[in-house]
Design a protein around this ligand. Sequence first.
Ligand SMILES: Cc1cc2nc3c(=O)[nH]c(=O)nc-3n(C[C@H](O)[C@H](O)[C@H](O)COP(=O)(O)OP(=O)(O)OC[C@H]3O[C@@H](n4cnc5c(N)ncnc54)[C@H](O)[C@@H]3O)c2cc1C
Length: 382
Amino acid sequence: MESHVPDAYSDLRDNIREFCMKEVIPVAAKIDTDDSFPVDLFRKMGKMGYLGVTVPEEYGGSGMDYIAQGIIQEELGYASASLALSYGAHSNLCLDSLYRNGSEFMREEYVPKLCSGEWIGSLCLTEPSSGSDAFAMKTSARREGDSFILNGSKTLITNAPYADLMLTYARTDADFTAFSVLASDKGVRKGSSFKKLGMKGSPTGELFFEDVFLPGERIVGKENDGKNVILSGLNVERAILAMLFVGLSRRALELSLSYSQERKQGGFPIADYELIQEKISYMYTRIEAARLLCQRALERVQNNRFNVADSASAILYAAEVAEFAAREAVQIHGGYGYTSGSEVERLLRDSILGQIGAGTTEIRKKIVARAVSKMFREGWRP
Ligand SMILES: Cc1cc2nc3c(=O)[nH]c(=O)nc-3n(C[C@H](O)[C@H](O)[C@H](O)COP(=O)(O)OP(=O)(O)OC[C@H]3O[C@@H](n4cnc5c(N)ncnc54)[C@H](O)[C@@H]3O)c2cc1C
């Protein structure tokens, strides 16, 4: 399917597509079957300038913006959703936030390593007893003079098993604070990787912090201002991640178009049957609607990162469409689609994460309703 991007981004789109065709699509099935993170490929993405796409060149990035990051996310989502998930966690959740909120020391010492792929990054918010209610976290950082002592644990963290730097949120005396925690810090322990339904090859793991000594210079943003660090990135994160699911949906439709025109039953291609046509028509319509919604959200959060309604509704819809499209793709592929190793089966398993990771569908509905109601009270009309 043709993806419409503003002219200024068409070279980037062509380059990332070519990269995906040559380097990602050929290994996408193996990433899933072996459940193994392609570290070398990830580092290569750093060399190509994709990892630090939103970071200025003087800090090792490519000096582009969120629309560019969304294009990369979409194309990776089309080629390998699990690689795209790890990309989003590293490039947006960790690196972009660290660059925006971090000190000059972090920009000089850590950001270039994350841009090049020498280091892998994670964002650590979720804990065993706090997921949707993230601010119920128990992990704490106790002040001792100019430093902090970190204790607690994080779970379900993308890239954790490979991470060198973890942007970690902890309770501090008055509120929450974000810290750069390094895997090499004494007292940091990595748990094992989770086995998952989908997104295999995107490593997900636990982290344990036991009396980890953090000098004050590890604070990201300001002390007791962690909520603002989180909130400053949430809407961008939603709009970027939504593009992964647009990419995944496009692949589901493409495979369905191809198979339904080749597969014959009763003497005709199954594409000639109206019940199959209904599926194709809804898939196309909803995917295009999701794409337009997501692109608009990206353009709007680019200028206003506190735009909640556009970004939350984009990911709410794109994730639902991805699961719908992948499910219809399996149906169109019949029994073959249900077998392990068929690409549509992988797409369906991967698509389910869209309604859970980075906030669930239920929470997104609450967020959209709250945001739209507030806009209405303030004078906005549909
Ligand atoms: C593959 C994967 C990668 C992830 N990567 C990261 C990462 O990199 N960093 C990170 O910090 N976290 C990560 N997460 C965690 C993810 O953000 C959480 O799983 C998600 O926020 C939901 O939290 P939970 O799993 O604790 O579910 P819960 O919050 O316990 O929710 C369980 C169910 O209850 C519903 N529910 C909860 N509260 C409400 C409510 N108030 N109203 C209505 N329904 C509600 C939920 O929608 C859900 O259906 C990842 C998760 C997965 C599966």
